[in-house]
Design a protein around this ligand. Sequence first.
Ligand code: ADP
Ligand code: MG
Length: 230
Amino acid sequence: MNDSKHPGARLEKVSKFYETAAQRVVALEEMSWEVSAGEAVALMGPSGCGKSTVLNLLGGMDRPSGGAVWAGGENVATMTERQLENYRLRRVGFVFQFFNLIPSLSALENLELPMLMAGTGADERRGRAESLLDSVGLKAKGFKRPEELSGGEQQRVAVCLALVNDPPIILADEPTGNLDSANAKIITKILIDLASERGKTVIVASHDPKVVEIFPRVCHMRDGVIERVS
Ligand code: ADP
Ligand code: MG
């Protein structure tokens, strides 16, 4: 259905069940939700309510048990494995709680790797990586390895990593869960600015009230559905 296409992110009656030998866990129950293109939204809710499941579905890392998952105008739920690989590389950027940088590579090399995989030439790779680091105040630290950087600095590199192939959608799963409150604020502000300054669709899952209060819209989840919006 063409009119279901959504340039931001949209879940249409999305269910996700996890079957184990002993039981069936309902992670999402016919959840419908919409995020406009270029909007920054916080997804808030207690542990186990389904936040990571939503991000993993939008990020093409998992498939729904039912329903449609639209992101950047594409239905992620019906993609082949090969389409999903391409989608994850170019159409979506993910920021995790534990920074996810390769320890043996410098900050610049970490950023260049996904561009290499996307076929970007060497000069452009280095140029883009340097300008991204510059944009988060880390111009001088490009040759440092992750262990030589603070947690806050590593997470800023990780945000740059999510941006290297210029995807329209940025998903962050508890991106400040491992940071002190000063660095949590810095990272949250950077993520929100990606929407207002670069037109990215930004979805941040968090259960930290201090993080979500900065967002223009907060969606509260409970037991696999959106409970209310504030
Ligand atoms: P949140 O990110 O809000 O803490 P999750 O999306 O991780 O919540 O989990 C939602 C529910 O799905 C929880 O009950 C969780 O235990 C369950 N769940 C998540 N992943 C799996 C899995 N791989 N196998 C079984 N159950 C899972
Ligand atoms: Mg989670």
